[in-house]
Ligand binder design. Sequence first.
Ligand code: SF4
Length: 372
Amino acid sequence: MTLNQADLSFEDALASALAGTPPEERWLVPLLCSSDEDAPRLYREADRVRQQRVGDDVHLRALIEFSNYCKRNCSYCGLRHDNRRVDRYRMSIEDIERTALEAEELGYRTVVLQSGEDPWYTRDRMSEIIRRIRARTHMAITLSVGERDYDTYRAWREAGADRCLVRIETTDPALFRALHPDDDLEERKRCIVWLRDLGYQLGSGVMVGLPGQTPQMLARDVIWLHEVGAEMIGVGPFIPHPDTPLRQARGGTVEQTLRLVSVLRLAFPWAHLPATTAMGTLDPNGREKALQAGANVMMPNITPVSHRASYQIYPDKICTTDDAKTCASCVSGRLASIGRTIATDPGHVLRGADRQRAPVCDPPRRRLVVLP
Ligand code: SF4
């Protein structure tokens, strides 16, 4: 048992969460540690809050993994610099633009540009990519390219990027150090604060089931994400990669991750929470389970198939052989199977007055914009 004396019972913790009490360990930890009997209730309540606040629509973010080069050596990641077994690739500016145009043709309203920390994509090159996509599509643009300096993030914002994701993974100083031998927790936190100050829609996230991670650490991650004002939060189970120093570690589970997804929905009722591909890798229905425990976003992969298998932060990633059309069709079917609809708007984060216009109890729309 990992509870402390100050922690509430499951019932009281759930009541505190539903009453809108700001995140604190005494209610976060009991929910993160909820028993197998209590957990379905947690998921149901989170699902109810999700429906009341952000509705039944699921926002689809078309993911382009445009480079798997990385200068860093995160100890859990298959793309780490020292892994010589990776077949490295970089997409040209023209190829990225072409893939983004294909995303819009398929009906996506957001494109996510994701890579390792690859300095080849300088401030100017990324600005050019962003400007081209901005000029030729109506999609929202999300960046997920790691840590950069303030002026670079500012230039990309001015070029037209709407959102930026920098995952914190863990806020525990010792665990962060152990996982990131060439990185600094304070530096990463600083990047996330810069993004907020620059007016990006702010994304971050944590990994679940890391070696030595405790529910108390996860609770403190949630508190920090709340303090910094995260608006999009991705969580996925840690899946050990055979070509990394953590190859022997145990890894996280779908159940641990679902509890965190639900806790995040209760602590951040208006946030965009993705059902991550890592969930679908551990369990064929993992993403649907996350969508029924508080999540409201999916990120179908539209990276050209020739590169998909080479972008493996964790092993056995799903959807590495299906082309963009097949992925879109698969996602549509999965959402229909659980009675969810595909959003027809870009899915910007809801702030201030926008929340009053949120689709509270909107009648379900069945129109799928991605493929007939
Ligand atoms: S987690 Fe990101 S920064 Fe770290 S090695 Fe992998 S791709 Fe690079």
